[in-house]
Design a protein around this ligand. Structure first.
Ligand code: PEP
Length: 253
């Protein structure tokens, strides 16, 4: 059975006090409102992780994720944060390959392959993001585009390691735009990704990998998206900054 996940990517938002308030609100709401089999992952900015880890003690349904990590374990890389550091403070997940990192910080498929390795070596669960820009969708070449991202970054992994990752399909034209993929568009790409994993790693591995949808998920569209056969949850940006919206999305399974 694959895990249902609602992951919130706060990006570069929230001061520490605001982040603590948001986390407490989510913690209080999920107590009565969210199914036990739904995993909540909060991905705040790095500097809030330790404090929020303290707040979340004993709340096993909520895990923390980072929004990135270095491809190196340690050394002279000013401004970077490593996977061993994240592991040392109890972080469990790390978003890798978000389109904003690919676009603004030049992260390539090859670099992401290295980041995946080091994340897995340090027992972090990568949330590996893939997805096509608008011009590719307009040419109807999204399948080839996403297949290439997955092949170049994931297919060096062993079957055991690939089984430890979460994939997030995030069409770039739907991120922060208010323009959501239709359920047909989301299901089609998720099924394509699962088929690609099946071809390389077999049916059982593919059946167990959670594939999240990301791109303007809101309380009013989450239910229909999460009802798609191959959509196992969401990576949520803007709507994860409001506790009520985020929890309403997490209730939509
Ligand atoms: C994201 O940044 O991963 C994302 C899906 O953002 P939004 O929900 O705001 O579109």
């Amino acid at each position: 059975m694959r895990r249902k996940i609602a992951a919130g990517n706060w990006k570069m938002n929230k001061t520490l006090e605001e982040g603590k308030a948001l986390t407490s609100e989510v913690m209080n709401m999920i107590e009565d409102e969210i199914r036990d089999d739904v995993k909540i992952v909060l991905c705040p900015p790095f500097i809030h992780l330790t404090t929020l880890q303290g707040l979340l003690k004993g709340k096993n349904q909520i895990s923390l994720g980072a929004q990135n990590c270095s491809e190196h374990a340690s050394g002279a890389y000013t401004g970077e944060i490593s996977a061993p550091m994240l592991q040392s403070i109890g972080v469990e997940y790390v978003i890798l390959g978000h389109s904003e990192r690919r676009e603004y910080y030049g992260e390539s498929n090859e670099l992401l392959a290295k980041k995946l390795n080091i994340a897995l070596e340090n027992n972090l669960t990568p949330i590996f993001c893939c997805g096509e820009p608008l011009q590719i969708r307009e040419k109807d070449m999204q399948t080839e585009y996403v297949r290439k991202q997955i092949q170049a970054s994931l297919f060096h992994l062993s079957q055991n390691d690939v089984a430890r990752i979460v994939i997030a399909y995030e069409p770039i034209w739907a991120i922060g735009t208010g323009k959501t993929a239709t359920t047909d568009q989301a299901q089609e790409m998720h099924a394509t990704i699962r088929k690609q994993i099946t071809e390389k790693y077999g049916q059982e591995t593919a059946n167990n990998i959670s594939i999240l949808y990301g791109g303007s998920v809101k309380p009013d569209n989450a239910k229909e998206l999460f009802a798609c056969m191959d959509v196992d949850g969401g990576l949520i940006g803007g709507a994860s900054l409001k506790s009520r919206d985020f929890v309403d999305i997490a209730k939509s399974f």
